[in-house]
Design a protein around this ligand. Structure first.
Ligand code: F6P
Length: 367
């Protein structure tokens, strides 16, 4: 009888509970035992009561609840081999040989490292007489499956991550509210949204709310005179009779010299140059909490079921599958390939090879 554990790791994302529910119920339906590891990797390292067997009813209400009920953490101990050794011991003690991790790229990288080290961890545990050779033989193979839970939608090889759409809805609701007060007072607002080094939330919210200007890390404003051009554009909108100005800035936005573009800097710019009565709103964690939207509930449910299927039909071709969604289909790809491709984007940005930075209005591009 297979014993499959699920944990949530890194920043929480709406829909993580739906993923836990789907994994637990799919595992039970397929004749397996399901376990929840509490507090992310920390629960694996600590073991004991942190690893709990789950029954069908234990996940009642999970579908619609925000955050992650089983807890999450950014665990330092698991980054050390000694922590992973402890985690391996606890898994063998519980008889768990498959681990489904729902988290962002850092959490999923940790999962793949754990899988690749697994044989050597078992050897060390036998040498330390913490497990028997029979245990090591019985649990020689560890299945790891990744589910991408992140509001940032910053993982390569999947079109969308669990939580991103809910977060986008929340941002739009907030900006709609800001817009009405902005119009009343004829004010400008600079709204900072999350996303780390990924501008998906800012870009999508900008389109969905008809913002005047957006700033994202992947495509910094070109040229030294971008402030002049932004002010000219916003003045044009005002001259056309617009009573409000909305500028959205991703928290990781940078200029073409890799200097941060901040909400405060933009607010000062609009105040000083255009004499607009400007306010700044940093949306913060209100974007991340709360109930998942229908899309995230369904995405997490379909992907949770697929994760259990991936455990049961594991193949050496894809040792650590990551469950994604591409062109509206649930997909399995190699986790480490997706993590490596994600890293390439970050590297390109730090080398100033900006992704998609081909602005047709850029004079340099037209030469
Ligand atoms: O990765 C999700 C995310 O919400 C990012 O958008 C943000 O930069 C970060 O986590 C915030 O982390 P914390 O909750 O630790 O402040």
């Amino acid at each position: 009888r297979r014993k499959i554990a699920i944990l949530t790791s890194g920043g929480d994302a709406p829909g993580m509970n739906a993923a836990v529910r789907a994994v637990v119920r799919a595992a039970i339906t397929r004749g397996c035992d399901a376990y929840a590891v509490h507090e992310g990797y920390q629960g694996l390292v600590d073991g004991g009561d942190m690893i709990r067997k789950m029954n069908w009813d234990d996940v009642q209400g999970y579908l619609t609840t925000g955050g992650t009920v089983i807890g999450t953490a950014r665990c330092k101990a698991f980054r050390e081999r000694s922590g992973r050794l402890q985690a391996a011991k606890n898994m063998v003690k519980e008889g768990i040989d498959a681990l489904i991790v729902c988290g962002g790229d850092g959490s999923l990288t940790g999962a793949d490292l754990f899988r690749s080290e697994w044989p050597s961890l078992l050897v060390e545990l036998v040498e330390n007489e913490e497990i028997t050779q029979d245990d090591a033989d019985e649990y020689a193979h560890l299945n790891i499956v990744g589910l991408v839970g992140s509001i940032d939608n910053d993982m390569s090889s999947t079109d969308i991550t669990i939580g991103a759409v809910t977060c986008l809805h929340r941002i739009c609701e907030c900006i709609d509210s800001i817009s009405s007060t902005a119009s009343s007072h004829s004010r400008a607002f600079v709204v900072e949204v999350m996303g780390r080094h990924c501008g998906w939330l800012a870009l999508m919210a900008g389109i969905a709310t008809g913002a005047d200007f957006i700033f994202i890390p992947e495509r910094p404003p070109w040229g030294e005179d971008w402030q002049d051009r932004m002010c000219a554009e916003i003045k044009k909108h005002r001259d056309l009779g617009k009573r409000k100005t909305i500028v959205i800035v991703c928290e990781g936005a940078i200029d073409s010299n890799l200097e941060p573009i901040t909400a405060k800097g933009l607010m000062d710019l609009l105040t000083d140059r255009l004499h607009l009565d400007t306010r700044m709103t940093i949306l913060g964690h209100v974007q991340r909490g709360g109930k998942p939207c229908a899309f995230d509930r369904n995405l997490a449910t379909m992907q949770g079921i697929e994760a259990v299927e991936a455990v049961l039909s594991s193949s050496p071709d894809i040792p650590s599958p990551m469950i994604g969604m591409n062109e509206n289909k649930i997909t399995r790809t190699e986790l480490m390939e997706a993590v490596a491709l994600t890293g390439e984007v970050a590297k390109a940005i730090s080398r100033k090879d900006f992704v998609g930075a081909m602005d047709l209005r850029d004079p340099a591009f037209n030469q």
